[in-house]
Structure formats: structure tokens, C-alpha cells
Design a protein around this ligand. Structure first.
Ligand SMILES: NC(=O)c1ccc[n+]([C@@H]2O[C@H](COP(=O)([O-])OP(=O)(O)OC[C@H]3O[C@@H](n4cnc5c(N)ncnc54)[C@H](O)[C@@H]3O)[C@@H](O)[C@H]2O)c1
Length: 260
């Protein structure tokens, strides 16, 4: 029985961090499928660039500048998304910041709290205020974007890895709580993706992406993905094709975790 929630073209879906690499590609993909996409980002110029990208492709979106660490902003976004004349059925919790050179001892409490707020607490806040509307719409799906850092990690990423592990655990418990409401909750754990976040990491290290261990060849294991590849995965996870997936992660990493 395909009773569990999914998102169709006649519904509204919110994408946070829609001004960034994966968020912009996801918003474009979902808009191209006929969904009404509410794009959210705190960076207004990047958000406008996504709006233009979607419009240039012949589709529409509704942009809301908001900070997903603000409870008031999250309420505002969810309420606005629920008054567009179509049911709010989907939420893609994608916004996050990279955080490097941050071992436990290198990280101040303020920095720790800031990164956990953006990369973990914001998913709690957005979900909290979207859920009543998704339930009222008869169900739907939430995608929580985590990272391979939830499974295997590197030095100097204490708050980032802790937050991304938390996103996976949050996904499991949300899926259990929400199954009765026909709401699926899925975690996406990407490997390396060609976005501003990854490029900023390379720039900070003064290395190329290849030197950081991410090959660019199209058949290389652990290659760098195009953001559109993650958008396709998110679109699948939201859809009726994925009704048996909830409470678990889709690892989309080009084989990164398969490798020593
Ligand atoms: N790029 C990668 O290699 C990679 C790998 C694994 C996981 N991820 C995850 O994928 C997701 C998207 O990452 P990306 O690479 O597209 O990053 P990105 O930096 O290109 O985009 C992130 C977007 O989030 C926005 N944002 C940050 N803080 C915000 C806030 N408080 N309120 C609203 N918006 C805010 C930024 O302005 C930016 O537009 C993130 O969750 C990231 O952790 C990325």
C-alpha cells in the first residue's frame, strides 16, 4: 500500500538554503515538476539569483528571506507557505554552514552554539512549524539534509559532524512520531558536491579539490557531484516512488564511504 506521504505537483514544498548549491538546484528541479516551491535563504542576493534561475527556466517560485535559526522567521515562512492556495506537503531542510578547523579545543562555545543552531536546531524549528500544515494536508514528506560526516569524518569538524549525526538521529525519531500522520521523514547524506560550501573549504585550505581527495573524473569513486544530482535524489525521496523509505538515510556519495 502506498499510503505514506509524498509530494505531488499540486502542492507546496519549502526548500531552505535555496540560495546555495544544492538548495538552488533542488528548488529548480521541484519547480520544473510543477510544485509550488517556497525558497528560503538568509542571503537575499543568492535567493534572488535562485528566483531568477527558476524564472529563466520558465517556472515560478515564492522567495522568502529568512534566518532559519530564528523561531519567528520559521513560523513566518511556514504560515506563508500554508496560505498559497495549495496544500503544504513537503519540506526540504537543507540550509547549513560548513565549519572547518574546529576541533573541540579550537571551538569556542559561541561558535559551537552557532553551528549547532544553523545545522541542527533549524531543522527542529522548521519541522515544528511546518508539521501542523503538512498533517492538515493529509501527509507529505520531509527531507533532512545531513552529510557523510554522520558516518565517517575527518579532523577539525567537531560541531559540523556532531550536527550532521544529530540530523540522522532526528530523522529516525521524527519518522516514528509521524508515521501515523502519513508523513515520511528521510535523511540525505551527500558526499562531496560542487557548491560554494565545498569551494570555500578548498580556498581556505589553499588546495584544489583534487588535492583534498575529491577526484573530478566522471567515473571516479568519491568524485564531486553536480548539485543537480542531489536535487534528483531529493525529488525522488519526496515522490510517490519512495513511499517505502522513511526513518533512514539515502547516502548519495559516489562511493565515498565504500572506500578505505
Ligand atoms: N557541498 C557539499 O559537499 C556537501 C556535502 C555534504 C552535505 N552537504 C549539505 O548540503 C546542504 C547544502 O549545502 P551546499 O553545499 O549547497 O551549501 P551552500 O553553502 O552552497 O548553501 C547553503 C545555503 O544555506 C544558507 N544559509 C546558511 N545559514 C542560513 C540561515 N541561518 N538561514 C537561512 N539560510 C541559511 C546559505 O546562505 C546558503 O545559501 C547543507 O546541509 C550541507 O551541510 C553539502
Amino acid at each position: 500500500m502506498r499510503e505514506h506521504g509524498f509530494v505531488t505537483k499540486d502542492s507546496v514544498v519549502i526548500v531552505t538554503g535555496a540560495g546555495g548549491g544544492i538548495g538552488s538546484a533542488t528548488a529548480l528541479k521541484l519547480a520544473s515538476l510543477g510544485m509550488t516551491v517556497v525558497t528560503v535563504d538568509k542571503n537575499e542576493s543568492q535567493l534572488s539569483a535562485t528566483t531568477k534561475r527558476i524564472a529563466d527556466a520558465g517556472f515560478k517560485s515564492v522567495a522568502i528571506a529568512a534566518d532559519v535559526t530564528s523561531e519567528d522567521d520559521c513560523k513566518k515562512v511556514c504560515n506563508a507557505a500554508s496560505t498559497l492556495g495549495l496544500p503544504l506537503k513537503g519540506l526540504v531542510n537543507n540550509a547549513a554552514v560548513g565549519a572547518f578547523n574546529m576541533s573541540v579545543e579550537q571551538t569556542s562555545l559561541d561558535e559551537w552554539n552557532r553551528i549547532i543552531a544553523i545545522n541542527l536546531t533549524s531543522l527542529f524549528l522548521m519541522s515544528k512549524y511546518a508539521l501542523p500544515h503538512i498533517r492538515e494536508a493529509g501527509g507529505g514528506a520531509i527531507i533532512n539534509v545531513s552529510s557523510v560526516h554522520a558516518y565517517a569524518t575527518s579532523t577539525g569538524v567537531a560541531p559540523y559532524a556532531a550536527a550532521k549525526g544529530g540530523v540522522l538521529a532526528l530523522t529516525r525519531t521524527m519518522a516514528l512520531d509521524l508515521a501515523k500522520d502519513k508523513i515520511r521523514v528521510i535523511c540525505l547524506a551527500p558526499g562531496a558536491v560542487n557548491t560554494p560550501m565545498l569551494q570555500q573549504h578548498a580556498d581556505r585550505e589553499g588546495k584544489t579539490l583534487a588535492e583534498l581527495g575529491f577526484p573530478a573524473g566522471s567515473s571516479d569513486i568519491a568524485r564531486i557531484a553536480d548539485p543537480a544530482e542531489l536535487a534528483d535524489t531529493i525529488s525522488f525521496a519526496l515522490s510517490k516512488e519512495a513511499t517505502f523509505i522513511t526513518g533512514s538515510a539515502i547516502v548519495a556519495d559516489g562511493g565515498l564511504l565504500a572506500k578505505f
